[in-house]
Structures are given as structure tokens and as C-alpha cells.
Design a protein. Sequence first.
Length: 485
Amino acid sequence: MVPDATQPWMHRSGRMDPVEHVVIIGGGPGGYESALVAAQLGARVTVVDRDGLGGSAVLTDCVPSKTLIATSDLMTEVLGAGELGVSLGPSGRDEHTVQAELRVVNRRVKSLALAQSEDIARRLDRDGVHTVTGSGRLEGPGTVVVTAADGSTERLDADTVLLSTGAYPRSLDAAQPDGERILTWEQIYDLDELPSRLIVVGSGVTGAEFAGAYLALGSEVVLVSSRDQVLPGEDADAARVLQDVFTRRGMTVVSRSRMSSVERTHGPDGPGVRVTLTDGQTLTGSHCLLALGSIPNTSGLGLEEAGVQLDDGGFVKVDGVSRTSVRGVYAAGDCTGVLMLASVAAMQGRIAMAHALGDAVAPLDLGHVSSNVFTAPEIATVGCTQRAVDDGTIEADGVMLDLSGNARAKMQGVHDGFVKLFCRPGTGIVVGGVAVGPQASELVHPIALAVSCNLTVDQVAHAFTVYPSMSGSIAEAARRLHRRV
């Protein structure tokens, strides 16, 4: 689309020229990161946002959950401090001297989320990005109609449109959230009192993270898993470690079970919930958290009328540079269903703007994506997986080292976790890895660098590590994969 020559815009250089107008629908990571790139490349940028800049990642999902988990991690460390010689009470064994006040915890969670959203707003304003509050929808490829809260509308003509509308928690007719006892992960931060018995339905990343967090905070937790063990999409060895830790700490994991319905109850002990499983078994608790996956926010946006193709799940179909089926319309983030991570959403958005505005760009490479499960211990992965090696999808050699043999781990009282490394048999190029342990999200970074830079195990092994350190196990794993030339 040719820019309207009657609409000049001032470049950072100071000259007045017609430039591309980029309209972004949705202010989450895919939206605000793409806006910053587009502004840097000289475009005129408008972000249409309905719920607050940062989107669900900042306001109701990633930032709040990891803030909550930061408190639960501290609880885990403190309650395990006796092994390091730290007394918790008069007897040194009184675990009840450490308690979490959920009202205070959730107040901090919401405060930090709001502060992060405000930081993003200031950054966009500083970079010259215009923000419009309302709901946006396409009216053809080059027009976005914004509907404000009062019902008024505004039409925005765009040379490029980016869809970054995110997703929302999935629920079922037989399990409807009420925000009080039956909750989604967006509603759980409204609780003032710690659930006495929390039933978590769904053992994927979200379910496992909240189950582990509330167990550490002091709730009795029951985790309903449809598979043999928790985290069916993660490394099987890592999932096994986590489930062993969960059960050892007192969590009840109900495996190979599916939820049929959830309902409120009112018994002699007060209000609660009843979860009925498909085999007829019932579980009772004070609260139920539904972690059943996500549904994309793509309905009612005029996408199909504009020619934007969706898959069977309602996700926007995109290629490696975030293009949709309509010229000039891109999409990024959870609405595309491509690895639903904030980091991936941001990268999709950056790639989209680089491509749309003629900058150097490379397609999204999912083989370089690092991801992390924020449980205790954390589980971080990058690149090639054990499953891909086992089924022959990729040919690779691997080695796994338990952290129990790491000197730093022993000093810190760490008993659970490992480092796993994969490399090509002939060249020794690192193609993937797994880290399980405290702050594995930080520990995985050297593996991610090795994968993205095509480093060999010998190059990794020859880089100095601090002694003692957890990262020393990565170097040791690399040394064990050395092949004499």
C-alpha cells in the first residue's frame, strides 16, 4: 500500500516525509516490542490496546505468576534451611514460624504488574508511539476500526497491521469459573486467604507452576494429571524429577485422570468445591484452579472477512516472518499459537516489523528458543529434545549429569536436578540441552548461546567456569561428549 502523501510525519532526522503507518492491535509483548522496533525504523506507530499495555503477560499471567512464585521459592528455601544450619524456630524444626500472608503477597503481585505496565507505557510514549484505548478490528486489510468503552468509533488507515491480541484461559461448560472458588489463573490473585485444599486441574506448565507455588505457600494441593506424570510436553527425565519432588513435599498427584465437572459445594465446614473425574471419582477441596490451556482472542476482529486465515483452533496462521495470508497484515504472540511464550511473541513482533519496513531479517527459528518452567526445581530447555533423539527425528549424542555431584549444589543443599547436553555425533556442535535445578532459567543461557552460535562441545568445555558453580556441570557435560579427532 502506498503511503498517503497528504499525511507527512517527521523523521528522527528532522525532515518531513510521508512514512509507513503501522497499526498494532494489542499491547502485549508482541505488540509493544513490535511498536518499539517500528518506531526505531522510522514508522508512524499506533497501538490499539483495550486492557492495559503489557497485555495478559504483564497484567494477569507471566509477571504476576512469577512474582507469586518468587515468594513461594523463598518459602521453599527457608523451610529447607535447617540442613544448612539455619534454625527456623525455638526448636529449630518449627515450620509454622514461616507463613505467607496471601493478601499481602497478592497486593504485591498486582502492584508490580501495574508498575511494569506503566513502565511500558512510558517507554512507548518516549519513543513517539501513539496509544489508542479501545478494541480494534479489521475492516479490510488496510483499515482498523477502534471502538472505545463509550461506544464511539475511530477509523485508522494503515500501511501495515500487526495482530497481537493474545489468548484467554479455556474453560468448560461443566467447569465454569466464578472468581471465588472455581478460578482461572487470571482470577487467582484476587484471593485474600490461602486455600486450605487447592485442586489444580491440568498438569501442564501453568498447572504445575501454580500447584508447586501454593504447596510451598502452605496449601494442601491435589494435582489432576491426564498423563502418567506431570508436564507431558517437557523432558521426561525432568518431569520425573519434578513429580518426585512434588510427592515428597506432600502434594497428591492424581495421574491418568480427567476432569468431568467442577461445582460449588456448601457443607458443614463452609463453602468448597467438588471435582468429578471421568471415572466417577470425586475430589473435594476449598478451591479449584483450572489450567486447561488457552483460546486465542481472534473472534469478532473481522479477520476472516478480511481474508486472514485461521486454523481449526482459531489461531492466526503465520509464516516464519509473521505474515498472515493477507498482504500487509502480520500477527504475533499467543493469537498465533506458535510456542505461547512472551519471548516468542516479542521476537515474532520484532521480525514482523523488520520484514514489513525493509530491514534485515531472518525467519523465526524455534530451535533456538529457550523456555522455562518456574517450579522448584526449575526446568529449562533449549533446542533439540530427548524425545526428538529417541524417535530418530534428529541424530545426536547426549549426556546427563546429576547436580548431586556438583560441589556448589552440595554446599547449597540442592539434591534434585541435572544438566543434559546434546551434540551432533560428527561435528560435536551443541544442538540442545536441559537444566533442572534452582534458577535453571539462568543456568540454561550458556547452552542457548552454544546452540544459537553453533559452538562445539569442545569450545564449551574450554571456556573457563567458576569453581564452585552450577555452570561447572555444563562444562563437565561438554567434556564428556568430547571425541578424539
